[in-house]
Design a protein around this ligand. Sequence first.
Ligand code: GTP
Ligand code: MG
Length: 416
Amino acid sequence: MLENVIAVGLILPDLARSIAEEHLAELAKLIESAGGAVVEQIFAKRQAPDPKTFIGSGKAEELKALAASKNVSLIVFDDDLSPAQARNLEKIIEKKVIDRSGLILDIFARRARSREARTQVELAQLEYLLPRLTRAWTHLERQAGGIGTRGVGETQLELDRRIIRTRIAKLKDDLRHIEKTRQTQRKKRGAAYVVALVGYTNAGKSTLFNQLTKGGATSVDKLFATLDAKVQKIAYDVPRETVVIDTVGFIRKLPHHLVASFRSTMEEAVAADLVLHVIDGSHPQHGSQREVGNTVLHDLGIDSDRVIEVYNKSDQFGDIEPGRRGAIYVSALTGAGVERLVEAIRERELAGGEVMHLEIPHDQPRLAALLHEVAEVHEQRVTDDATIVTAWVPADAVHNFAQYAAATLLKPAKVS
Ligand SMILES: Nc1nc2c(ncn2[C@@H]2O[C@H](COP(=O)(O)OP(=O)(O)OP(=O)(O)O)[C@@H](O)[C@H]2O)c(=O)[nH]1
Ligand SMILES: [Mg+2]
């Protein structure tokens, strides 16, 4: 059975009601993605957050009555609560209280499958838990009761902290090993051209990944469907050997522990030749979602000239959206615009080199060796006096072979 949940948002003077509503709608979607059913969305209007209870004790009492009447077992706050605020609220409402970060961590923990993702999530969870451990302490105190319990509680707390710190150190160590393995895999992938799909959660990255690779990545209407970077060859004819990478989505106010621990997954995007920033053009908040994406890309050190913005779900917004310079409009669902996107990838690849049609005489073994070292050979045929090759040659090596070029592929092939 689904857990009944109340979602709570705070409206401060500088926040428009409509934006607060969008934020709470996103929170509701997160709650559903975690397996909860939102029975009520509540706003608290205040000049400033209350230091003790965040929404004020009067509002908290209201929540208590509402939770009791609607058979609610969990209250989720859209903003981050201090450990003390969460504790105070639980005392008043007598239901479990978590904040947005706690909820996102929970979703990540449910979704994590690979060893890397599980390690990353556990690390983030423990880092989140550490300052909140006092809750365990009050729990112990209550259990033991009577004289001397404080001492026992403290000792227990110290012990818990030490165990957690040791575990954190171990997980960090594991992640370093996993990262090394990943680097080796990346090297094995060799010189292939890498296109990474990044963007806000639910933007349609996995759906577009499936279009580009004719593959089977999971795409569902849930937030954070994808946690592991997935790699597959592109299914289109492009100048270079090309792989596409699907990555974990971003969200507004992603808990910083998660950002830190998922950094190694995002390194896949950092190492990419081309980053496709996928934006759900049909979403009312697509402007601010785009900003969230840009901030993450900037933090990862990804320069904008390596990025193409892809406005997805064009089947939902038609041509209303004014064209942004260099942006491409697609529908990953229907496939509309995907050819244009592939054309853009093609152009980027050709900007870094040329597809050459070469005839390398057999008395030039060094040149043939060089070709295999720096170029990507598509086709090769040996005749009595030469090797006839079609290859993508990086721009800085083209001059070595120019003399033997029969034709570039973009011109009509020379008839001999
Ligand atoms: N109408 C429409 N829906 C789309 C389009 N592309 C994706 N969707 C839907 O949007 C939802 C999210 O798609 P995903 O591909 O899972 O999104 P994602 O970016 O991989 O999401 P995360 O992995 O959660 O970060 C799914 O329900 C898709 O069917 C599109 O072009 N048009
Ligand atoms: Mg996905």
